[in-house]
Structures are given as structure tokens and as C-alpha cells.
Design a protein around this ligand. Structure first.
Ligand code: ADP
Ligand code: MG
Length: 153
């Protein structure tokens, strides 16, 4: 860990606001992993990032397709939900490795389901249920990830 930060998110709108803010500081090639039980707001956070980048349409949860790609001028966003990931053989068969490249930003829900095949994240986003809403812990593992977290205001 290089740098971390914590926020209390009182309602969905605060989750979206933090994610929209973070969207302005993302750079091509970054990998962000989203951890937390079902219903903690991982997909909501991805929706906030996409909104922050100007995407206005509906954001589908890639529950069965496992990945959904969004094209922007400077990079692609690849949104993974690996909850139904069956095993590492599927990783190469589906060509997922190619998604992790310099031109893309990968946002991965349930990274723990893919075991060791995933590269190290720049930022890990950990969400937890609280009485007031959600708690979020943002942890950076690279200098580019730390720079992003420090830029969030
Ligand atoms: N800070 C928050 N406080 C309360 N509810 C929230 C908060 N952030 C998101 N939610 C709600 O949590 C629910 C589940 O969100 P979702 O993003 O689908 O979770 P996950 O992808 O982790 O399963 C949604 O109804 C969403 O509006
Ligand atoms: Mg989800």
C-alpha cells in the first residue's frame, strides 16, 4: 500500500459523487478492483465513474457477459463482474488478458473470483454496509494510483 483514504457515503448520491470525482483523475492503463458483499454499491460506483466521463445511458451489470466495454476518446473502460467466473481456463478462452492494456481502464467487480490471473491493481476499492449507508476504503498500490487518490477532493 502506498496511500489510502476513507469516506462515509450517506446514500447512493454520495457514492455516485465520489466516483464522478475520481473519474476526472483516471489515466489509461489503470486497473481498479472493487470489493465488497453483494449490494454494497460496486456497480453504482462504476456507474458514477462512467457518468463522470460523460456517459449518460444505462449501465448494465455484466453479470452473465462478465465484461462490458465503453469507448471514450482517450481510453476504453472495461467493466468486469467476475461473480460468475468459472475458473482460470475461462480467462484465456474468453481473451480477457487482452483487455488489460495501456489503452484501457479496467474496473473489476469480484476480482477475488479470478485468483492469480489478474494483474496487480493500481487501486483497490473496498465497500462495506454501515447503518448510515456505506463505508469506502480506497487503497493505492502504485504511484499512479496514489496520485489519483490524492487528487480526489
Ligand atoms: N452510500 C450508499 N448508501 C446507501 N445505499 C447505497 C449507497 N451506495 C449505493 N447504494 C445502493 O446499494 C444498492 C446496491 O448497489 P449495487 O451497486 O448494485 O451493488 P453491488 O454491485 O455491490 O452488488 C443500490 O440500490 C444502490 O442504490
Ligand atoms: Mg454489482
Amino acid at each position: 500500500m502506498i496511500f489510502d483514504s476513507n469516506y462515509d457515503l450517506k446514500g447512493e448520491s454520495e457514492t455516485l459523487r465520489l466516483a464522478e470525482n475520481m473519474a476526472n483523475h483516471l489515466r489509461p492503463g489503470m486497473n481498479l478492483y472493487l470489493k465488497g458483499e453483494l449490494g454494497t454499491g460496486k456497480t453504482t460506483f462504476v456507474r458514477g465513474i462512467l457518468r463522470g466521463l460523460g456517459y449518460q445511458e444505462k449501465v448494465k451489470s455484466p453479470t452473465y457477459t462478465l465484461v462490458e466495454t465503453y469507448n471514450f476518446e482517450e481510453f476504453n473502460i472495461c467493466h468486469f463482474d467476475l461473480y460468475r467466473f468459472k475458473g482460470v481456463h475461462e480467462w484465456d478462452d474468453a481473451g480477457f488478458r487482452e483487455y488489460f492494456n495501456k489503452a484501457s481502464i479496467c474496473l473489476v467487480e469480484w476480482p477475488e473470483k479470478a485468483g492469480q490471473v489478474l494483474p496487480e491493481p493500481d487501486i483497490s476499492i473496498e465497500l462495506n454496509h454501515e447503518s448510515f449507508g456505506r463505508h469506502i476504503h480506497l487503497i493505492s498500490y502504485t504511484s499512479i494510483g496514489a496520485k489519483c487518490l490524492k487528487a480526489i477532493i
